[in-house]
Design a protein around this ligand. Sequence first.
Ligand code: AMP
Length: 416
Amino acid sequence: MKKTLTDIDVRGKKVLVRVDYNVPFDANFKITNDKRIMETLPTIEYLLKKNASIILMSHLGRPKGKVVSEMSLKPIAIRLGKILGKSIKFVSENCVSVESKKVAKNLKPGQIFLLENLRFHPGEESKNDSGEKNKSSMDTFAKDLASMGEVFIQDAFGAVHRSHASTTGIVKYVKDAATGFLVKKELKFLRKILENPVRPFLAILGGAKVSDKISIIKNLLEKVDSIIIGGAMAYTFLKAQDVNTGASLVENDKLDLALDIFKKTKERKVNFLLPVDHVITNKIDFIKKNVTSDATIENTIDEAIRDGFMGVDIGVKSIEKFAEIIKSAKTIVWNGPLGIFEIDEFSKGTVEIAKVVADVTDKGVISVIGGGDSITAAKKARIDKKISHISTGGGAFLEFLEGKDLPGITVLPDKK
Ligand code: AMP
């Protein structure tokens, strides 16, 4: 167990908090979704109550060690100020400049200072000016950041799978460190499902490519009772079993891998479910994300897809079959849409399955959803508020499911 915010003394201290304010903007630099800001409020409000002075640190986008004015955190300082009803201190361009350090030094209890984009500095991602790896530049930057505060709180779950100055490097230069409330909540749910799930434990995996999800499937095979596979991924598994997949997205170089997975599911006695029918079409505009008016859309009678047609969603029989398994599960983890859900005509499978997951959650099942598109899909189905936990960490969530170590967590001190 890692130390958490309530385990360390923050009263009246200068606290450095790593947050993930990598929020989406529209063309006019307006924040389109402030969920990531809102998620950090419990930690900020707790620190304010403890009379701490708060230095918030975040990255935004991929400026690659250079100042890119469009990726400044200034609009976020303004939005956070509006949410909290207080002014947020901010210094442009360089988060470890003389001016920035002066603001940090003079910060009073109850005041908040948001540092400029960490990734404007080459040391954050441990790369030098020419983009080469440079550990000493990361170390110097980490030390510089640490010099502005006394203790460090990690509350950026979306960044803990990266070993950067502000996630791992900083820890050895501060007096104490711990997880914030958001990271604590994420770890509670993710550990519960992977280390001690209430059974039957079901994984639902969708999305575009088997190759992206292979490590997740392999790791989950050791832990789950059932796996539902949907999305384009399913066609590679079907083709490996000599089922006709027509013009569907298939990774031909992954057919042996698919056969290997079938073997492992048998050895582990995991119930491995593929779609038994599909929604198919003969025309689709992937760029505009729509179907052309002359396209034919059909539900197949079985798992085979005829030539010239591609599978774009799970069919009605698959929805029924998958719903049955979902209703018998006690723990569910879901990543990846089951069809091209961005196009309304092909979103039914994902939306219907999401509704069933929401219904069983209502009856006491633990459900966890994560990974970028899955969250958008849950929102499209209007069930995002009904899920036990929606993870805020895209990459970190996926790496956790792969069984990988999260360096930004590992580096934190354990609870005594
Ligand atoms: P991922 O990032 O791997 O979770 O993949 C998400 C993407 O997979 C979404 O953009 C979906 O449109 C896409 N996808 C899901 N099902 C299919 C399918 N049957 N054919 C093509 N793309 C799909």
